[in-house]
Design a protein around this ligand. Structure first.
Ligand code: SAM
Length: 306
């Protein structure tokens, strides 16, 4: 459901003129707001409203259906953690699939792992790709990697066609379970992810906020426990412009070589030409990797419950 104000622009609040307020039934009774300096793009694709605005304090901002997807200032936290938590947990990942992630930021981070030979991405909305290339070149730089193949389509259908055991890692960088991403949070999709992974392969999915969505997280954990026979883990990090200021990740592995997600086994060579051209990591490091799995008591009780 979209929230529109009187001039029909999703999320642009008329409560405080000149501010964007992220009003959504996914976080009732609260709304994070950013001061808007200028609206740079507004469009409607076959799947969602797409907007870009220049904010006063977070750089440019990408909004889909009235929900902030990324800002120039804090995208590093999300893109680096959703990528390096899984890829640094296995030795020498070679074949990686990204579902969603049309802005290209996860591609940029996957490419930092020099062992990776093949990066496939399935993004449903070409408008997101085009808008990111136009307004977020430091994020969309991920597409300039010759290892990347872009598929425009539904990730659910894409995974159904993937031969068994194809990938070392799958990263599900999806929007929220309202709109085109809804099926990416459901059991059949997780089953198709498990099928696409090799034994001991890993998946990392965007898994909402422990402050707002414990009911969604509880269901995801239960589904993952039934499907992924390696290990099932929940990690979280801070992203100031996401609702409640945090975002979580489900990290699971298929049966096979054991994966200890909490202790990274591979490091990123920051001295490669690729990584020097993309600048240093701004958020991820081995210590914050391990710390990401430390949960507050209220979340641990739900997530660790057998
Ligand atoms: N990477 C962003 C960030 O830094 O926060 C967040 C999310 S990214 C923009 C989410 C993407 O998932 C969107 O581009 C959206 O179009 C895509 N998406 C949603 N449902 C999808 C589906 N069923 N298949 C493929 N892509 C989907």
């Amino acid at each position: 459901m979209e929230t529109e104000n009187d001039n029909g622009t999703p999320g642009i609040s008329s409560v405080i003129p000149g501010w964007f307020s992220e009003i959504s039934p996914m976080w009732p009774g609260e709304a994070h707001s950013l001061k808007v300096e200028k609206i740079l793009f507004q469009g409607k694709s076959d799947y969602q409203d797409v907007m870009v605005f220049q904010s006063a304090t977070y750089g440019k901002v990408l909004v889909l259906d009235g929900v902030i997807q990324l800002t120039e200032r804090d995208e590093c936290a999300y893109q680096e953690m959703i990528t390096h938590l899984p890829l640094s947990s296995i030795p020498n990942p070679k074949k990686v699939l990204v579902i969603g992630g049309g802005d290209g930021g996860v591609l940029r981070e996957v490419g930092r792992h020099s062992s990776v030979e093949q990066i496939d991405i399935c993004e449903i909305d070409k408008m997101v790709v085009d808008v990111s290339k136009q307004f977020f070149p430091e994020v969309a730089i991920g597409y300039e990697d010759p290892r990347v193949t872009l598929h425009i389509g539904d990730g659910v259908a894409f995974l159904k066609a993937v031969p068994k055991g194809t990938y070392d890692a799958v990263i599900v960088d999806s929007s929220d379970p309202i709109g085109p991403a809804q099926e990416l949070f459901e059991k059949p999709f997780f089953q198709s992810v498990a099928n696409a992974l090799r034994p001991g392969g890993v998946v990392c999915t965007q898994a909402e906020s422990i402050w707002l969505h414990m009911h969604i997280i509880e269901d995801i954990v239960a589904n993952c426990r039934q499907i992924f026979k390696g290990s099932v883990n929940y990690a979280w990090t801070t992203v100031p412009t996401y609702p409640s200021g945090v975002i979580g990740f489900m990290l699971c592995s298929t049966e096979g070589p054991s994966v200890d997600f909490k202790n990274p086994v591979s490091s990123i060579d920051t001295n490669t030409d690729y990584n020097k051209a993309r600048g240093p990591l701004k958020f991820y490091n081995p210590e914050i990797h391990t710390a990401a799995f430390c949960l507050p008591a209220f979340a641990k009780k739900v997530i660790d419950a057998k």
